[in-house]
Design a protein around this ligand. Structure first.
Ligand SMILES: [Zn+2]
Length: 144
């Protein structure tokens, strides 16, 4: 008898935990949703992610480079306007942060990856290009 009751309690507890975690996951999803409203005034979105970005397949890299290459591919038009402060403009003749992710350079450069993730985050928040440029300059310029 006692055993049966215990079993039932466990079943109820399991069900509660199940429902609880589903709710938490749902809430997390909801809260984690990036507020990227498609901006019709942003021509960058149309150019970004096009095959012409020249960025190799992000899946061929491992984290965190993968995320950075993905960011570069998705925001190619933006990255083309950003300066990379790792010194590659002198060593590799890179003209923009996009260039760092057109070859293998970005995969082994902490500065490039850091800039890519910052730029992507700010772009997702709706920051204007000028603001992203300034933030990268302030954060990475002295490192290069
Ligand atoms: Zn670079």
């Amino acid at each position: 008898m006692k055993r049966k009751a215990q079993k039932r309690d466990i079943a109820i507890a399991t069900a509660l935990i199940f429902v609880g975690s589903i709710t938490l996951i749902a809430l997390g999803r909801y809260r984690g949703l990036p507020v990227v409203a498609p901006d019709p005034a942003a021509p960058a979105a149309a150019a970004g992610g096009s095959p012409s970005s020249g960025v190799p397949d992000p899946e061929s890299f491992s984290s965190p480079a993968r995320e950075a290459y993905r960011a570069a591919r998705d925001n190619a038009a933006l990255f083309a306007q950003l300066h990379c402060y790792c010194g590659c403009d002198r060593t590799s003749d890179h003209k923009s942060l996009l260039d760092c992710f057109r070859d293998q350079h970005g995969a082994s450069c902490e500065t490039c990856v850091g800039e890519a993730m910052d730029a992507q985050r700010m772009a997702a928040q709706g920051s204007p290009v000028e603001q992203i440029k300034q933030a990268l300059k302030a954060r990475y310029e002295q490192k290069g």
